[in-house]
Structure formats: structure tokens, C-alpha cells
Design a binder for this molecule. Structure first.
Ligand code: F1P
Length: 347
């Protein structure tokens, strides 16, 4: 993943619309909202990007599951940018969503895609090609982190066009982006601790994943990875939703993976964690290095090497991918070719 991200950032000297193609200056200059369409892991990349686009570029964003979008008559808006996200660029549902938006009159389109020769790139006006390389496994991993990298660049680009990005902010964001490969290498060094968790984790039949804010989509992705390759039933919730239903599932047989970076939502998240502990649920917490955590039985903590601010989701997803991977290895499932799934869903 460090190399895939470094490759995806190759040639990025500064933030400029040209990163997205020749016509990008005119297209990105006239848009006033975005509609993101994608499936599976790519959809979760879109949900994460919504936070960046809103907070950095101050622009309105809708994120839709592509397989559902085409069955709606959404209100056409010619100043909307339709953004598709796809590893393969051939996913039938995402292509159908794009065509549906085009038919409704929304013609400005951009794709974040890993395959430059794909249908998605041909059909979209603008593109950013991620350089994740070939993904052997069906379950997306480096495709996801490179998509997030490209979506962060898109957020910065739209922010700059809209006059919402100072030179100082641009330089600071670029510095953080360029440091990502090193930061990810440090996260990968957590693997022995995750292997130890996977031994325990593999004995469960169900798992919950909790996150808040920008880390909620990362919780969704962590649950999806676990489902896809270890076949453990996993669901993700924004932690505040626990008390609206899922808390009924929490017993000492329910592990609860919690993404707990040190941010403004941490105190609220801690009270959600107490609700879990009070029902006997085992907490598996990914905290930041300086997060204050109570040390008690039933709370397992792995600390991330550094707090990564706005780009923290890119780091926090890596241990979740590793947890799914090692849990699957312990359970003896095929991590590259999960049953019933295809790498590219073209029908
Ligand atoms: C979307 C997706 C992947 C998933 C699997 C099935 O593909 O849902 O996220 O891992 O491969 O398809 P894509 O549009 O990103 O190629």
C-alpha cells in the first residue's frame, strides 16, 4: 500500500485542476454540488470523501449506492458533477448509474478509477487514474486507499477553485499526503499485535464495528472486509446508533471493534464504549498513540503510531484490513477468492 499510494501521487507537484484532465478547469469551475456513485468498497470511499468535500471545499455532496440510484428520479441539476468511483471501471451497476444521471441531463462527470482503458474512463469527461497496480484479491484493499488518496486530491482541487484553500493549507495538506507511504509503513508494523487479536477473533460468529464521523465509513469497510474473506457476520454502525437498536445484540459473545482516533468525537465514543462494556461486550479498540484509554479487562487496545488528522481514515482502515486477513487465515478461508464473489461485477 505505501507503494500504491506513492505511485498514485506520482507527478502531483501542486493542486491544480489539470490533475483531472484537460477539460477539468472549465468543468470543475462551474459545478455547485456533487453526486458520488459507487458500489461496495468504492461506495465507502465515497462516503469518506463526503466529509472532506464538505469540510475543505464547502460543497454539497450526495453519495448514492449505484445499484439503487438508477431506480430513482432524482432532480436533474446541470451544475452537478457526477463522480463515479470504481477499481475495475467495469462495474455494471456503477456504469448504469452514470448513464442514468446522463439521461437525466447531468453530463458533467468524473471517475476515480484504477483501469485507464475501462468503460468508466471512456464514458466520463474527467478522470483520475489511481495506480494501485493489479489487485489479486477479490476484496479491495489498496484500491480503497488509493481511491481515498485521489478523492482527497479532488477535495483540495475543488476547494482551491472555490477560493477555500489558502497556500499555507495547500502546502500542509500536500505534505501530509506525501508522508502517507511512511505513515502506512508504520501502521503495517502493528501486524504482530493484530495477529494476536485474530486468534481470538476467529472464534466469534458475529462482530460489530463502531466509528463516528469520518471514521464511520471506515467501520463499514472493516465490517465488509471481515464478511467478505472470513465469513464472520459483521455489521457497522455509527456509535451513536447503538442505543437505537444494535445494543440489544451485545453480550459477552459479541466482539465490538471500535475506531477511536483522538478527535472531537472521542469523548462521545467513550461513552458508547462504556455501554458495550456494561453488557459484557469485548472491545477491540484502535486508538491513537496519545488517546487516554481506561485499562480494564474486556478492553483490548492497539495504538496507531500517529494521529493523522483529516487523512486518518486512510491509516485506520489498514489494521481493519489486516484483522480481516489474519482472521480469515486462522479460519482457513481463501483470502484471495472468497466464495460467491467476483472481482469485477459486470452483470
Ligand atoms: C465494486 C465492488 C468491490 C468489491 C468486489 C465487488 O467494484 O463492490 O468493492 O471488492 O470486488 O465489486 P469496483 O466498481 O470498485 O470495481
Amino acid at each position: 500500500q505505501p507503494r500504491a499510494i506513492a505511485d498514485t501521487l506520482q507527478g502531483v507537484e501542486g493542486i491544480s485542476s489539470e490533475l483531472f484532465g484537460e477539460e477539468a478547469a472549465s468543468v470543475l469551475g462551474k459545478i455547485d454540488s456533487l453526486l458520488i456513485l459507487a458500489c461496495g468498497t468504492s461506495y465507502y470511499a465515497g462516503l469518506t470523501a463526503k466529509y472532506w468535500l464538505e469540510s475543505i471545499a464547502k460543497i454539497q455532496v450526495e453519495v448514492e449506492i449505484a445499484s439503487e440510484y438508477r431506480y430513482r428520479d432524482s432532480v436533474p441539476d446541470e451544475n452537478k458533477l457526477v463522480v463515479t468511483i470504481s477499481q475495475s471501471g467495469e462495474t455494471a451497476d456503477t456504469l448504469a448509474g452514470l448513464r442514468h444521471a446522463n439521461e437525466l441531463g447531468m453530463l458533467n462527470s468524473l471517475t476515480i478509477c484504477n483501469v485507464s482503458t475501462s468503460a468508466m474512463v471512456r464514458e466520463c469527461m474527467l478522470s483520475y487514474i489511481t495506480r494501485a497496480g493489479v489487485e489479486i484479491g477479490v476484496a479491495s484493499t489498496k484500491a480503497f486507499t488509493t481511491q481515498l488518496t485521489a478523492l482527497f486530491l479532488l477535495s483540495l482541487t475543488i476547494a482551491k477553485i472555490r477560493g477555500k484553500l489558502s497556500e499555507k493549507q495547500e502546502a500542509a495538506h500536500l505534505k501530509s499526503l506525501r508522508h502517507l507511504p511512511v505513515a502506512i509503513s508504520a501502521v503495517l508494523a502493528l501486524e504482530p499485535q493484530i495477529i494476536a487479536w485474530a486468534e481470538e477473533f476467529s472464534k466469534y460468529d458475529n462482530a460489530l464495528f463502531l466509528g463516528r464521523g469520518i471514521h464511520y465509513p471506515i467501520a463499514l469497510e472493516g465490517a465488509l472486509k471481515l464478511k467478505e474473506i472470513s465469513y464472520i457476520h459483521a455489521e457497522a454502525y455509527p456509535a451513536g446508533e447503538l442505543k437505537h437498536g444494535p445494543l440489544a445484540l451485545v453480550t459477552d459473545k459479541m466482539p465490538v471493534v471500535t475506531i477511536a482516533p483522538k478527535d472531537d468525537l472521542l469523548e462521545k465514543l467513550k461513552s458508547n464504549m462504556q455501554e458495550v462494556r456494561a453488557r459484557g461486550g469485548q472491545l477491540y479498540v484502535f486508538a491513537d498513540s496519545d488517546t487516554q484509554m481506561i485499562s480494564e479487562e474486556g478492553i483490548h487496545v492497539i495504538r496507531m503510531p500517529e494521529n493523522y488528522g483529516l487523512l486518518s481514515p486512510i491509516l485506520h482502515v489498514i489494521p481493519l484490513q489486516l484483522l480481516a486477513y489474519h482472521t480469515a487465515l486462522v479460519r482457513g478461508t481463501d483470502v484471495d477468492k472468497p466464495r460467491n464473489l467476483a472481482k469485477s461485477v459486470t452483470v
